[in-house]
Design a protein around this ligand. Structure first.
Ligand SMILES: Cc1ncc(COP(=O)(O)O)c(C=O)c1O
Length: 491
């Protein structure tokens, strides 16, 4: 007799979308459809060596290949298998990253003028979704982790307090885990939000591997959230730009969601990219646990080694921490020295062939995955050890906290964001901006969290923080003047 579990494993062996592409590529084909490269027949000669095999799979919505916007065939099947694998009622493939998933979710829960609770340290796509939906954000200030200085998750009591004050809010949108791998007790949060009768939406961009090993936290779907957007390309193994949106329950209006996705996504989504989602799902189901068994101790070895260096630390799950989960694949290196900045450490690592995920004035973030090998982590350790051998005694051990991440304060929202972006604006020197209303998003990048959003009043505190970041070499997104000598304000 075939048990339910056997049936699950049998189904999950398949990758229907990928298989359809491969089968088409093996037949006798005369393409009279786009794309114009005709399975690679006409393509730049120097580039074709690398692109050739991918171009043979680069199809469009021809017979048998289904349509992302009206899935009834192989794409529908691939999405069903993903829903089953990730514990959702329904999964939608996203081409355009978690960015489109976040925006579509907000557009599906909020009509113009309706409120949504969002964590202040959310990704810019959440802000952009609010602007597109013409929604009114009610911000929740995240807890700041005192041992690293970084912003973590929202506290449940804060969410409940704000929901009591705004009973007309249509949804709560949180980020879990954060870029740095910190998370909250999502099951309790979901129960709390549901008591107010509204959905909990989770930006789970950094948690596509959650739930696939007992030593990684549970996913948002498993914790009872109503929707979760995962960048499958970040911590799982699909190609860049591909993500998944998982939904369960009845609190989200599916028709509005489909409409928003159709508006935001290309009418010609890439088949090789979509098929990579199909393969990433199969890979994490069939091989994820085994690969994590190998990768997790390797990363732990590096974490322990780093723990021996007085001027470096990594976050740990301790009693009293402001987060309750920590992604074991994220290594946030916190520098406690004035003699080496995060950017300098990044440069030394890169000179030794190690490319971190991000650097900030006093942090470097290393993102490992199922693909990280012992050789990779040894190279990190060898590089750090060589810094210790060369300069170890000269480092002081004073704690250095990054002011940018500890200061995700609320600022006066002088105008709704969607109104502010449509007002006439002008540029002023950053030093003269205090008291004015900001007309653009000021996003130190990475990690892509806006310090100012359109409509917020600029205060002296944020001006000095931005000056500090500017002089430390931080890059800014969202602004007209990337050097941030000037900032756009409402005229
Ligand atoms: C927390 C968070 N949410 C959403 C996104 C957007 O994801 P994507 O790059 O898949 O569009 C990012 C990207 O860095 C992110 O860090």
């Amino acid at each position: 007799m075939v048990t339910r579990e056997d049936a699950f494993w049998q189904r999950q062996q398949h990758a229907p979308l990928y298989e359809a592409l491969v089968s088409h590529s093996r037949g006798r084909r005369h393409s009279f459809h786009v794309p114009g490269h005709k399975y690679g027949a006409s393509f730049d000669q120097a580039g074709s060596g690398h692109y050739h095999s991918l171009l043979s799979l680069d199809l469009t919505e021809i017979s048998g290949m289904d349509d992302l916007h009206q899935p009834q065939g192989v794409i529908a099947l691939a999405q069903q298998l993903a829903a089953e694998a990730f514990g959702a009622d329904e999964t939608k493939f996203l081409i355009g990253g978690s960015t489109v998933g976040n925006m579509a979710l907000i557009m599906s829960v909020c009509k113009p003028g309706e409120k949504i609770l969002v964590q202040r340290n959310c990704h810019k796509s959440v802000y952009n979704g609010i602007i597109l939906a013409q929604a009114i954000p009610v911000f929740i200030i995240p807890a700041v982790d005192p041992s690293t200085g970084v912003a973590a998750g929202a506290r449940r009591e804060d969410v409940e307090r704000v929901l009591h004050a705004h009973p007309d809010a249509k949804a709560v949108f949180l980020t879990n885990p954060t870029y740095y791998g910190m998370g909250i007790d999502l099951a309790k949060m979901a129960a709390a939000v549901h008591r107010f009768g509204i959905p909990l939406l989770i930006d789970e961009a950094h948690g596509a591997h959650y739930g696939f090993h007992p030593d990684v936290p549970l996913s948002a779907m498993l914790c009872g959230a109503d929707a979760a957007v995962q960048s499958t390309h970040k911590m799982a193994t699909s190609m860049t730009m591909t993500s998944m949106l998982h939904i369960q329950g009845e609190r989200i209006n599916r028709e509005r969601l489909y409409r928003a996705l159709a508006m935001l996504q290309s009418s010609s989504p890439s088949y090789p990219l979509m098929a990579s989602l199909d393969l990433a799902r199969r890979h994490i189901v069939l091989a994820g646990r085994k690969e994590l068994e190998r990768a997790l101790p390797t990363v732990e070895w590096l974490r322990d080694k780093i723990g021996t260096i007085p001027w470096l630390s990594t976050p740990a799950l301790t009693d009293g921490a402001v987060y309750t989960t920590l992604d074991p694949l994220k290594l946030l290196l916190c520098l406690h020295t004035a003699e080496l900045s995060g950017y300098q450490l990044q440069a030394i690592l890169e000179a030794n062939g190690v490319y971190p995920e991000l650097a900030e004035p006093t942090h470097v973030l290393l993102a490992a995955s199922t693909g990280t090998s012992a050789n990779d982590v040894e190279q990190v350790w060898n590089t750090i050890e060589s810094i210790v051998l060369e300069t170890g005694h000269r480092h002081n051990h004073e704690k250095m906290y990054p002011s940018v991440l500890a200061s995700s304060f609320l600022r006066e929202q002088a105008l709704p964001m969607h109104e502010a972006v449509n007002r006439t604006c002008r540029s002023v020197a950053l030093e003269q901006a205090a008291g004015k209303v900001c007309a653009e998003m000021v996003i130190p990048y990475p990690p892509g969290i806006p310090l100012l959003v359109p409509g917020e009043r600029i205060d002296t505190e944020v001006v000095s923080l931005l000056r500090e970041l500017r002089s430390s070499g931080t890059r800014f997104h969202g602004v007209n003047d990337a050097s941030l000598q000037e900032i756009d304000i409402i005229a």
